[in-house]
Design a protein around this ligand. Structure first.
Ligand code: ADP
Length: 495
């Protein structure tokens, strides 16, 4: 039976696909609200008004004006619009001086953090808190729960409790502990946070202001994007200094694995592929591989194992572990297709291999949504040796596309990829290959193990592909888990 009154959720995120995306958080923020809508939740997303957001939303209209926000003189406008693809409602913060500029949401063209990031994301956090308070309702809609995501929204629970006296509950999802939003102490007062809470039991972190710590401390409930990561972040290796606080709240950290957006990531309907395919009609994958080889200038060789990488090129992703092995694997007949950007030393190192191995290794530096789909579909294997990975989406795209993921056993990779072995082949759970540890030796060993099956046992390979492709990777299950968590959080809210 449908509830009489739908639960109202304000979903606060610094990036939302397809409006603005730098990584997996955007994918989650695009898909989860849509899946929750299907469960009867009345949800609105709050996002900064970047140019691409303002351009893409439908039916954009002004709904309120806010004055007196810390550190900005001009009034800020709130607009409301609809995402074309999902029909989800979005509230946009229109503040030209903060958000309407070229470059990424977080860094300028030189890769340097925007110096006013504390203001830009405190405004996002503060507006969320104001919208959740019945003190001075800005719009005729008051959320029951505010769902915050990552450090950019970390001050929301603090403002809700300390300055806005909000009636709503809050939950903070931790998508990546490596980014925390730590700024010098004077920002706390500048951003309107009460100075008496600049302390260990508050938003202070080693004499600085930490957005993420504020969120972890003040949120009524916490979640992470996989069960393994929920446990890992309570240890020194993965907690990035916040493991103590997280361990204190350990019982309350819920691990919910992300789903994938099946409308976007489905080889049977993917508009970026010249040929569609599925678990039962896999032949089309060969044609996509051929087209990809042509597009990237790789040799037209149906039998050459094609290994794909789509990634931010950073220490986290562990792709440096591949560097000592690339030439050897190419010499043994492998091809590589890499798409990514990030640390210049990694970009340069991969580019040199591509230069030295024409027709065998393709490196595309940059961000390219269509090519990411084509690599995912056209390759035989997908490499993700991350040192830590809160959830990871690409390995799940790999599963859906029959492109067997080769991963390190960490976080969401450990929770979604099941290593191929005698037992897992027998019980039909094998869906990829898992490294023994994060080292280049272990990576080479696991790739060789995969290559052996690819070359010697095509039937076995197809079985593993089918196991992954037939899994239900959609948001249905995870969205229900979030809904249960919202209900529990509202019922047991900390006073
Ligand atoms: P993270 O969020 O840590 O970067 P995830 O695996 O969770 O890693 O999500 C990455 C998302 O970003 C995926 O949707 C992936 O396809 C996409 N992506 C990463 N780099 C690129 C790129 N250079 N071009 C296109 N898409 C990319």
């Amino acid at each position: 039976m449908k509830a009489l009154f739908a639960m109202k959720v304000l979903f606060v995120s610094p990036e939302v696909f397809p409006l603005i995306k730098t990584g997996g958080l955007a994918d989650v923020s695009g898909s989860l609200p849509s899946a929750l809508t299907h469960l009867g939740v009345d949800i609105r997303i709050l996002v900064p008004g970047y140019p691409s957001v303002l351009h893409q939303l439908l039916e954009l209209k002004s709904v309120a004006t806010i004055t007196g926000l810390p550190m900005i003189d001009a009034p800020v406008q709130l607009l409301q619009g609809i995402i074309k693809e999902t029909q989800v409602k979005v509230i946009v913060i229109k503040a030209a001086s903060l958000y309407e500029r070229a470059g990424s949401p977080y860094i300028d063209a030189q890769g340097i953090d925007w110096p006013d990031n504390p203001i830009r994301f405190s405004v996002l956090s503060k507006v969320a808190a104001i919208l959740s308070s019945d003190k001075s309702p800005l719009i005729n809609w008051l959320p029951d729960i505010v769902h915050c995501n990552d450090w950019q929204t970390g001050l929301t629970p603090a403002y809700m409790k300390l300055t806005e006296n909000s009636t709503a509950s809050s939950i903070l999802s931790l998508h990546n502990m490596a980014f925390q939003g730590i700024f010098s102490a004077e920002w706390a007062t500048k951003l309107g946070l009460p100075s008496e809470h600049f302390r260990v039991d508050g938003f202070e972190y080693y004499d600085q202001l930490s957005f993420l710590k504020a969120g972890i401390f003040y949120a009524d409930s916490l979640s992470t994007v996989s069960r393994s990561y929920a446990l890992e972040i309570q240890t020194e290796e993965f907690g990035f200094g916040l493991e103590g606080l997280l361990a204190e709240r350990g019982e309350e950290i819920h691990g919910i694995l992300n789903g994938i957006e099946m409308d976007e990531w489905n080889p049977a309907s993917d508009p970026y592929l010249i040929k569609k395919y599925s678990a039962t009609r896999i032949a089309g994958k060969k044609e996509v591989k051929k087209a990809l080889q042509k597009e990237l200038g790789l040799n037209n060789d149906a039998n050459a194992p094609l290994l794909g990488i789509v990634s931010r090129l950073t220490y986290q992703k562990g792709l440096d572990l591949l560097l000592p092995n690339i030439q050897r694997l190419i010499d043994e007949g492998c091809q590589f297709a890499l798409l990514g950007s990030g640390e210049s030393s990694l970009e340069a190192a991969f580019s040199i291999f591509s230069h030295d191995n024409p027709g065998k290794m393709s490196v595309t530096i940059g961000y390219n949504e269509p090519l990411s789909h084509q690599i995912m579909a056209g390759c035989d294997m997908f490499i993700m040796p991350s040192r830590f990975e809160p959830c990871g989406l690409n390995q799940m795209y790999g599963l859906a596309y029959g492109t067997l993921p080769i991963v390190n056993a960490t976080g969401g990779l450990a929770d979604s990829v099941i290593d191929t072995g005698v037992a897992t082949l027998k019980n039909k759970t094998a869906n990829g290959f898992v490294m023994a540890e994060a080292s280049s030796g272990a990576l080479l060993a696991v790739i060789k193990r995969a290559l052996d099956i690819y070359r010697e046992d095509p039937k076995g390979w197809r079985k593993i592909q089918r196991n992954g492709m037939l899994q239900n990777l959609s948001w249905d299950h995870s969205a229900q888990e979030y809904l249960d968590l919202y209900t529990k959080t509202i019922e047991t809210r900390k006073i």
